[in-house]
Structures are given as structure tokens and as C-alpha cells.
Ligand binder design. Sequence first.
Ligand SMILES: Cc1cc2nc3c(=O)[nH]c(=O)nc-3n(C[C@H](O)[C@H](O)[C@H](O)COP(=O)(O)OP(=O)(O)OC[C@H]3O[C@@H](n4cnc5c(N)ncnc54)[C@H](O)[C@@H]3O)c2cc1C
Length: 647
Amino acid sequence: MESHETKYSNSVEEDYDINQDQAAVTRRIQRLSLHLNPISEPPVSSDRLQLLTCAGRAKINVSDEQLAKYLRGKHRDIQERVYEYFNAKPDLQTPLEISKDEHRELCMRQLVGLVREAGIRPFKYVVEDPVKYFAVVEAVGSVDMSLGIKLGVQYSLWGGSVLNLGTKKHKDKYFEGIDNMDYPGCFAMTELHHGSNVQGLQTIATFDPLRDEFIIDTPNDGAIKWWIGNAAVHGKFATVFAKLMLPTHDTKGVSDMGVHAFIVPIRDMKTHEVLPGIEIHDCGHKVGLNGVDNGALKFRSVRIPRDNLLNRFGDVSRDGKYTSSLPSINKRFAATLGELVGGRVGLAYSSVGVLKIAVTIAVRYSLLRQQFGPPKQPEISILDYQSQQHKLMPMLASTYAFHFATSYLVEKYAEMKKSRDEELVSDVHTLSAGLKAYVTSYTAKSLSTCREACGGHGYAAVNRFGSLRNDHDIFQTFEGDNTVLLQQVAVYLLKQYKEKFQGGTLTVTWNYLRESMNTYLSQPNPVTSRWEGEDHLRNPNFQLDAFRYRTSRLLQSVAFRLRKHSKTLGGFGAWNRCLNHLLTLAESHIESVILAKFIEAVRSCPDVSSRAALKLVCDLYALDRIWNDIGTYRNVDYVAPNKAKVI
Ligand SMILES: Cc1cc2nc3c(=O)[nH]c(=O)nc-3n(C[C@H](O)[C@H](O)[C@H](O)COP(=O)(O)OP(=O)(O)OC[C@H]3O[C@@H](n4cnc5c(N)ncnc54)[C@H](O)[C@@H]3O)c2cc1C
């Protein structure tokens, strides 16, 4: 009780000047957060930061210029162009208070301005240099996340479907209009009754050989396309995913060829009126991202030319014959979805962008904010509290870790687009699913922690945590629900386990599994499990081995449990019985990949002081994750009690 009273009197009398009006407080915070906004200049003029090593023994002088150069890589310039454009255009900056309809219009003006006035051509970059494209996505997302998503809908989803699922005739016809925003479009996959289960979609596209057209129909209300970005107001076209039905001469009358994608014009190019046979409803005000106009689409016998089938993986001839280079519906479906990973890569990368903003605001504010202190001495910075450090420093370390991991993903994606190498395709598919799920979940949780770490001022809308949290929240669900995506990672690991452990070559990312599986099977070493020296704990070999050991153990044990349960429960039931185990396996694998990429990035950093600073945060990332799962490590005696204590 006494300490509460002290706390209360401290905060009212010493920290707040109670005569200072709220407007002045707000102005002070606004100035602060203007500095914190990445589109503004950094507040610290000195270009050298000093870091204390963990034991407080030595200081590292870090050149933030060198560090920034290393981190932001070759596409720093295009990001600067985005920031400069919006900094010079106050009328294009999103105000704090704005209605849904105004926000949607502003978001469209921002996108059109970026493309037509600032001359930034995201679609060109999608084709020529995907790494540059993702740099733009990250930068615009920090201006307004609605803009980042609107841009993603236009270029990754609608544009990406035309590029990746269509053929030359589609690119020739639509590329320019998509690029210059004459053809705003939608990606209409999700239905009211089916989101994650894409194979359950019910919209149908029936071929009419007499008129050489497809007829698009919504057979029931559960099949209404739902949540479709750009549909409520701006879209002129939609890529509609539907089951392709071909007429047959048997009693059934039609044959279901599986889910395919079709370009369907939804609004008149001149009048912008909704076209006949199409009903569009507005999905309304959302928890966040209100600059994006999500809508619902219903089709009643809407006719489109046969050419509007995006026919890269399956085609229909003039006389109604189906051809495909792929042998089965499942293979075509996998190839179709496989081509759409670009959106997922963009989300993982942008989510790190959001985390960067939030953690920057929280850390800088924590340095400036002072509360309490030793008797008769100045108050101390709240960042000096152990609890505040515990909240924010592992998060800061994770931000660096995710930056390098998602940068690696983006590069691999670009490489895959060029080479189309099959192993790389499946590696990128799994890595994008895993990183998207892992990073967006982490960022979503961290946004609340950052708000809390900034106390009441964190709750002022001007300081951004509210909008960041609301806008980012759905990153966990769209482009694949995180729980569903992690299962794809688990499936892939099990496949590798089954197929390739007896001597085959594991693909790049998973090579570590064979080695660590051997270590795992040979039981933890009772001597090293007791080692507790700083050199040992900061040794990347120890850290990686710990992460990989855990993954191998989870993989081996879940494979065993699945085999056991499938005898009584069948495949589906056994999977469900082991589901949490499988999700932990997937997360553990992704953490191993993140750590491996971080260690590589530290080693490759050319600037000595930046390298030393990065090594510190890399160690923090590794030891924090080991600590989070210390129960597992202790249970199997991988880490002895003395070592656990030191960690
Ligand atoms: C703002 C917004 C924008 C969107 N934009 C688009 C767009 O432009 N185009 C488009 O096509 N779609 C879009 N979507 C839809 C989005 O892609 C889907 O919401 C998403 O795929 C998830 O589907 P669902 O909502 O049906 O959730 P469900 O699949 O019903 O999932 C609900 C819950 O069930 C759990 N669950 C489901 N299956 C499993 C399983 N196998 N194992 C364990 N748990 C499971 C999930 O983890 C989740 O917690 C958008 C959605 C929103 C909210």
C-alpha cells in the first residue's frame, strides 16, 4: 500500500507538471513521434552509437551509417524516393481521424500518385527485380499500411495472378493497364464458406462451346466471393477462382476439372458501373486497413471469352477439349497455388517493417522517458529497468533476426523466379509459409507489448501503436491462416524425413537435419551440457546445435506418434491428435532457419564495429529462444541446471 502511494505521488507531482495542459503534452509527443516515423529524419545527429557489452566491460562504437548501409542493402534509394515523395505531399499523408470512405479515396490517390507522379512502377519491378519490389512494399507500408496492402492487391495478387497463371496473350493485353493503374483489379479466391480450404470453393465456370465462352456462376450464397480487396469501390477486373466445368456426353452432363483462375471484368471501363450479372456488396468498416475497399462478389451467368481463362497450367480448346502439362487435378491445384507465394513473401517482409517501426518507437521513447530513481537523484530512464529491457531487447534482437531471414527469403524468391528450379520452388514455398506465419504472429504480439512499454502515451493514436496493431492484425490470417501455413511446413519436414533420410540429398535449408538427427539419436553429451562459459554460450555452433537438436527431436517424436495413432485414428485423426506437436515442430524449424541466417549475416558484415554489435543481438536472439524453451532442454538433459541458470 505504501509503495503504491509513493508511486502515485511520484507520477503526479514529479513527472507531470499538472499545470501543463493536455495540448502541450500532445504537441510534445507529436514532435517525438514525428522523429520516430521512419519517413522523417532520425533524431540523433551523432552517427556513432555506443553499445555496452553484456557484462558492461567493453564499449562498441557503432557507425549507424555503416550499419544502415549493410541492413538496407542495395534498394535503399528506392525506399528514400518513396519517403521523399510522401514527405513532400502533405495532402497525401493519412490524417489520424478519417472516415472509411475518405480513407479509401486517399489510399487510391496515394497509389496513383506513387505510380503516375513519383514514377515508381511496382509491376515493372515485380518482373525485373522482385527484391526492389519488396523494398517498395515495405516503404509504402510504413507510410500507411492500407497503402501497402492496396499496392499488394494490385500488383502481387491481381497482377501476380495474370503474370504467373496466365500466358503471353494475357501479359500483352493487361500488363500496361495494371502497371499504370488504368486497370485496378481484384484477386477473388475466398468465399463466404471457404477461406483456408481453397479446394472447397464452389463458384463454377462452365464452358459453352456454342459461344466459345465461360459462364461464371455463384451457385449458392456460401459461394459468394468475400473479403475481396479493391472490389467494393475501385476494381475494374477480378481474377476469379472457380471450378472449371466442361460439358460431356454422359449422363452427368459436365466434368469438374478442378479450380482454375479466370479474368472477369466487373465494372465498365468508362462509366465504372457494375456490369450486368454481377452484384457487389461492401464488406464495410473493418478493425483496420480501412483504406482498402473489401467487397463481396456474386455472379449470375456472367459470360466471359474463352481467352479469359488464365491457361498456364490447363487450357480448353475451341471444341471444348481440356489439355494440361500436369497429370492430375491435385498437381494443377498445387502448381496454381505455388505460383501465388509472392504475396506471402511480401507479407512476411512487410511484417518485419511493422516490427521495425514499433520497436524503434518503443525503444527510443523508453530512453527518453524517466520515472523514479534513487533517493535525491535524478529520475532514471525507463529503459534502465530490467523489466523494460526484458520486454524490449529480445524484441529488438528478433527484429534484426527477422530482417535477415526475410531478406534471404526475398532473394531466394527472386532466384526461384529466374531459375524455376524445382527444389528451390518447394524450398521457397515452405520457407515463405513458415516465415510468414512465424513473423506475423510475433509482430502481432509485440505490438501490444510495445504499446504497454510506452505506458499511457503509447495509447495516444498519434503514436501509432493502435493503427499498427489494428492494421497488422489480419496479417496473421490473410495470404494463408498462420496455423494452416505452419502445417504446410510440418508436412514438408515429414516428407523430407520419410523420403530422404536414407541417403538422398536434402534441399538447401534442410541439410542440417541429417546431421542434427544423428546428434539427437546419440543422446546429449553430459559434459557439454554443463559448459557454462561465455565463450561457449556465445558460440554459434552451440546455439545452432541447440536449435537443431530440438527440431530433430520434435521431428523424430512426431513421426513416431503419427505412425502409432494412424493405426487407430486414420491419417486425418492422427494428424489432429498430434497437431500442437506438429505446430511446435514447424516453429522450431523456422527458428533454426532464422538463427542460421542471422549467424551468416553477422559473419558477412564488412564493418567490424557493426559486426560486433550484430553479434551481440544475435547472441541475445539465440539465448532468449533457448531460454523460452528451457523446460524442453532441461527435460532431456541437453542443458544441465547450472547452464540453464547462466543462460
Ligand atoms: C481484410 C481482409 C482482406 C482480405 N483480402 C482478400 C482478397 O483480396 N482476396 C481473397 O481471396 N481473400 C481475401 N481475404 C480472405 C482471407 O484470405 C481469408 O480470411 C483467409 O484465407 C482465412 O480464411 P477464413 O477467413 O475462411 O478462415 P478459416 O479458414 O475459417 O479459419 C478460421 C479458424 O480456423 C482455423 N483452422 C482452419 N482450418 C484449420 C486446420 N486445417 N487446422 C487447424 N486450424 C484450422 C484457423 O486457424 C482459424 O483460426 C481477406 C480477408 C480479410 C479479413
